[in-house]
Design a binder for this molecule. Structure first.
Ligand code: FES
Ligand SMILES: [Fe+2]
Length: 456
């Protein structure tokens, strides 16, 4: 009998039918998790994100013309003065609101196209040319501006309270020997958090990137790993452990609060022993507004970050990176046939509805990440300072991302999961030990200690 044609009746059968065809009961959607997803001025999450330096553009996007930007729900414009200095201003002119994206870049500032007011990079009004001195607003009106820091091809802004501006953080992976940082930027029409959560979701590597659409990165991703999620002084990381022949492969991805991720080597096949590789990329997911975001960061190129030499530097830049499925630019049938991160994340709705999810044990990273964010947002709302800010301001920041592959054959009569967990614990003990120092010294020390513990 066709179940859908069954007459309505009050019985056990009705209940089971309603379990089977439930959409009517859940057709009304719950509200989104505003505390973690709303980012406009004055929102708790928006104020939290504003306490950190955020990349807002690639240097290569800002030359002879101003660039209109929307960041954290604010309409802004970024421009480069004649001497190369960059400025980030409120997009609307202080005179009568014309967008400064139509302004003219001059040697010492940005001039509004409408009546010629001239702005310096810090918002100082330099000229109001239609006025004599008596009627001038110079020295009495100050245009909105945010401080910028240009670094390795990206322009970072600090959009928080001026008195709380932290030093610009320096990650350990900025100075790897022989490593090149190549900037890129990719926009997505969805909330920032669902894109960022990718960093701590190892199971999607198995299905989305391997089993569902064929191998997009490494064929070894097809194996469901043993997973662990750990807190760190700067956020958290996910750990995936897999057996490959007589080797155990431990892969770590950082989620650094609030919206920075580092991802391990994309094409790792674990064919040879390796100690503390340092990963393929560093990426911030910056909210444009509640329903749009832009990933900005670097792909790393060098022997430590791309040991198999499979990266394609020429494919990295504006709306482009050398991984498949990261943009909406592919034909629809192709995206259906072989979906990528972009398709999976954007289709979670403009703002993923946490109240409609059913999180399971392998979502431990997503759960931990949200818990950390919520705690930090509460702390700031209650007048505290996020402790991560302090850590990010001190010296060289240690990150944990990377692949370690050690030789440890299967032992007859021993549950291999037990072996893999024990190896993981030993490797994590070394990588997370603060006694390793920082920067290049730490990298050498960690690699040497791992090699002593697990000879090749
Ligand atoms: S609106 Fe910009 S100078 Fe008048
Ligand atoms: Fe992915």
């Amino acid at each position: 009998m066709d179940k859908s044609a069954a007459p309505p009746q009050r019985s056990t059968r009705t209940r089971s039918l309603r379990q089977a065809f439930r959409q009517y009961d859940q057709r009304l959607l719950p509200r989104e998790d505003a505390e973690l997803t709303h980012v406009g001025p004055g929102t708790p999450c928006g104020e939290y994100l504003r306490r950190f330096w955020q990349p807002v553009a690639m240097s290569s996007e800002v030359f002879e013309r101003p660039l209109a930007l929307r960041i954290l729900g604010e309409d802004l414009v970024v421009f480069r003065r004649g001497d190369g200095q960059v400025g980030l201003l409120d997009r609307h002119c202080s005179h009568r609101g014309t967008s400064l994206e139509f302004g003219r870049v001059e040697a010492n500032g940005l001039r509004c196209c409408y009546h010629g007011w001239l702005y310096d990079v810090d918002g100082t009004i330099l000229e109001t040319p239609g006025e004599d001195d008596a009627g001038s607003m110079r020295g009495r009106v100050f245009h909105g501006a945010y401080p910028l820091h240009e670094f390795r091809g990206l322009i970072f802004a600090y959009m928080g309270p001026p008195e709380a501006r932290p030093p610009f953080p320096h990650l350990d992976v900025y100075d790897l020997p022989g490593d090149r940082l190549v900037p890129y930027a990719i926009a997505s029409p969805c909330n920032w958090l669902q894109v960022h959560e990718n960093a701590v979701d190892p199971v999607h590597g198995v299905f989305l990137h391997t089993i569902i659409a064929g191998t997009q990165f490494s064929s070894q991703f097809a194996q469901v790993p043993l997973m662990e999620f750990h807190e760190t002084p700067i956020g958290m990381f996910s750990v995936s452990t897999r057996r490959v022949d007589d080797r155990v492969w431990i892969r770590i991805n950082d989620a650094i609060l609030p919206n920075l991720m580092r991802y391990a080597y994309s094409w790792e096949e674990a064919e040879r022993v390796s100690y503390f590789g340092r990963g393929s990329g560093t990426k911030w997911t910056v909210p444009v507004d509640d329903t749009h975001c832009r990933a900005l960061g670097w792909r790393h190129f060098g022997t430590l970050s791309d040991p198999r030499g499979l990266g394609k530097e020429t494919e990295v830049g504006l709306e482009s990176v050398d991984f498949m499925g990261q943009t909406g630019g592919r034909p629809y049938h192709e995206r259906q046939q072989a979906p990528g991160d972009y398709d999976a994340q954007v289709s979670q709705r403009p703002i993923a509805l946490h109240a409609r999810e059913h999180l399971v044990s392998s979502d431990g990273g997503v759960i931990l990440l949200r818990r950390q964010l919520r705690a930090a947002i509460h702390q700031l709302s209650e007048g505290g300072t996020p402790p991560i800010l302090e850590r990010l301001s001190q010296g060289i920041v240690s990150t944990y991302t990377g692949d370690t592959i050690v030789r440890r054959p299967i032992r007859p009569g021993v549950d291999d999961k037990h072996t893999m967990r024990a190896v993981t614990a030993d490797v994590l003990n070394v990588i997370t030990d603060p006694a390793n120092g920082e920067g290049e010294l730490r990298r050498d020390t960690v690699a040497r200690r791992l090699a002593m513990l697990f000879p090749a």
